[in-house]
Ligand binder design. Structure first.
Ligand code: NAP
Length: 247
């Protein structure tokens, strides 16, 4: 019998799927979430077997759906932790993009990468407060510390998440709520590969450890942060970048 349940957003594929699998292997029961990838979410469900305790659809481009997602998942069983993993990466030419494209990019990037995690955290924290505590994990990015030309809005959304993680670690500590982040550099998923085949080798060569991160590298760090081995950490966002950037 699994005693703790976690909701992982964007667990249909990529890093989210690896996190769901790793947490299932370490004794968590896992509530999965997807948006368009119903088929992929079903594959993740199959991989998890009996550790999967629900599969939920929500388009997090609408932050109100994040609150609904939490209520829906909670109706099927207690929740002890959440992982805000779902995200969108939409590079944009800051100067030369058209106004409509710029506004659409700003709106979607911040809705999915910041506002929805924020609303999910708020819903979860209210629940955790009444239930003796809980854990929150935010998947940020190296660019949230470093910035990134060509993806300024994405980088700013991840910086916001890192800063939120620090503030809420202080504010929610009395309620025994821990909140952490991870900041991966390039991770070998569809998000990283899209439109950059020609730069793929060059990127790998720029990483001192000689390779991109795998989703499993990220999942292992997340599993540690959500484990009983990390009871004195909060507010920290851990780099997973192969020694490619320090701050
Ligand atoms: P991915 O393979 O593109 O997967 C993205 C996940 O987010 C999918 O499960 C997708 O769900 C979900 N998602 C996308 N749009 C959504 C929306 N509107 N509402 C709800 N869910 C949505 O990306 P990944 O590489 O695994 O990235 C996971 C996280 O790691 C993201 O937060 C990303 O910013 C971060 N990250 C990635 C890298 C990298 O190099 N890959 C580096 C640093 C940080 P569906 O498929 O079901 O639509």
């Amino acid at each position: 019998m699994r005693s703790k349940r976690v909701l992982v957003t964007g667990s249909s594929r990529g890093i989210g799927r690896a996190i769901a699998q790793r947490l299932a292997q370490t004794g968590w029961s896992v509530a999965l979430h997807y948006t368009n990838g119903e088929k992929e979410a079903k594959q993740t469900e199959k991989l998890l077997g009996t550790a999967c305790t629900g599969v939920y659809r929500a388009d997090l481009a609408n932050p109100a759906k994040a609150t609904e997602l939490f209520s829906e998942a909670l109706a099927d069983g207690p929740i002890h932790a959440i992982v805000n993993n779902a995200g969108v990466y939409m590079p944009l030419d800051f100067l030369h993009s058209g106004d409509a494209a710029f506004k659409a990019n700003l709106h979607k990037t911040f809705a999915v990468n910041f506002e929805s995690p924020l609303m999910l955290i708020r819903a979860a924290a209210k629940h955790f407060e009444k239930n003796g505590g809980g854990k929150i994990l935010n998947v940020a990015s190296r660019v949230g510390f470093r910035g990134e030309g060509g993806a300024a809005l994405y980088a700013a959304s991840k910086a916001s998440l890192i800063n939120l993680t620090r503030s809420l670690a202080v504010e929610l500590a009395p309620q025994k709520i821990q909140i952490f982040g991870v900041a991966p550099g390039w991770v070998d998923t569809a998000m990283a590969r899209e439109g950059m085949e020609e730069r793929y080798e060059q990127i790998k060569e720029s990483i001192p450890l000689g390779r991109m991160a795998t989703p499993t590298d990220c999942a292992a760090t997340v599993a540690f942060l959500l484990s009983d081995d990390a009871t004195y950490l909060s507010g920290v966002t851990i780099d997973i970048n192969g020694a490619s950037y320090f701050h």
